[in-house]
Design a protein around this ligand. Structure first.
Ligand SMILES: [Zn+2]
Length: 138
């Protein structure tokens, strides 16, 4: 955890809100492969950050969501917030999570690090795609 990404848009000193640093230092629900759920991985082409997201569904709700991020401070913090937001939600509720909402949870991300929230929502969208594909084929 916490490997700084070398992208020019990332990790400029002093740009982090206390909320971002708090999630970065103590990320919630890390793991992403261990809960036996559906797993996706997305990469941010701009700076090469990757985010793995996994979710186990029970009775139509997220019983457990985990993430694993490799990238800048903000991407890790956004993964942590996203995993928090996902717990106990239905897929229909998850669709409504926006990058703006994740940014808000982190005290408002500046445009230079907003890509972390975007990446988290890309991962969520990929996960929901995979979950609905599974539901149809089941
Ligand atoms: Zn980044």
């Amino acid at each position: 955890m916490g490997i700084a990404c070398s992208g020019l848009n990332c990790d400029t000193e002093g740009m982090y809100s206390p909320e971002v640093l708090n999630h970065f230092k103590n990320p919630h629900h890390t793991g992403a492969q261990e809960n036996g759920g559906t797993v996706v991985e997305v990469t941010n082409p701009v700076c090469g950050d990757t985010l793995s997201l996994s979710a186990r569904i029970d009775a139509g709700r997220i019983a457990d969501a985990q993430f694993l991020a490799k990238g800048c401070v903000t991407s890790i913090a956004c993964g942590s917030v996203l995993a928090d937001l996902m717990q106990g939600k239905t897929p229909a509720e998850l669709v409504k999570i926006t990058p703006e909402q994740i940014s808000k949870e982190l005290g408002g991300l500046p445009s230079a690090t907003f890509h972390g929230a975007q990446l988290a929502c890309d991962a969520l969208a990929a996960l929901l795609d995979k979950l609905s594909a599974k539901a149809i084929s089941a």
